[in-house]
Design a protein around this ligand. Sequence first.
Ligand SMILES: Cc1cc2nc3c(=O)[nH]c(=O)nc-3n(C[C@H](O)[C@H](O)[C@H](O)COP(=O)(O)O)c2cc1C
Length: 207
Amino acid sequence: MRVLLVNGSPHKNGTTMAALSEIASELSLEGVEAEIFWIGAQPIRGCMGCGKCGGNSKCAFEDSVNEFISKAADFDGFVFGTPVHYAAASGQLTSFMDRAFYAGGKDIFRLKPAAAIAVARRGGCTGAFDQLNKYFAITEMPIVSSVYWNMVFGSNGDQAKMDKEGMDTMKALARNMAYLLKLRKAGDEAGLKPPKPIKKEFTNFIR
Ligand SMILES: Cc1cc2nc3c(=O)[nH]c(=O)nc-3n(C[C@H](O)[C@H](O)[C@H](O)COP(=O)(O)O)c2cc1C
């Protein structure tokens, strides 16, 4: 059982990293392997809808998005962490997730538990949290919850560690993620088959 935790901040070792590290340590205690993937500090361009990714599981633009896509299939669960920028997820992570989910395709994500976390100095976490959960909800990913909305406050990693309630929220989230992964494993071992994907009809409201 492996979880990939995505650090969507331009700061490799900032507040987002402190919150993700808490989740990673708790996952390890629960017997789940955790790896942190940093999207980097380089500009990440948005999706331009060129459609070249169709069926390739690869974006036309070569950067950390393709690096992530090529790893993701080997993981059983995901956590995406963002710093709050103007009461929303960071521009970098938004571009990253647009392209990772659009180009990556459903197969690498479908029915794998996922969680979003947001960190901020003071406000905007719930908006960013809602925003990120939407990627999971359209990809048939069970959304893992905690004892509060998944947020930690601070301007840097040291302040984040002082947000005890925030850190407890991260811990509980990790435990719940680990439990869902164990349930999935037990189900697989017992021969429980996942539901077949629906062949969805696209209705674009044009008739
Ligand atoms: C462009 C920008 C916009 C920000 N907007 C907000 C905001 O809306 N609300 C807030 O509380 N903090 C805001 N912050 C502060 C960061 O969310 C905060 O410093 C956070 O701890 C950074 O996490 P990181 O170290 O993982 O990048 C903003 C920071 C930047 C750079």
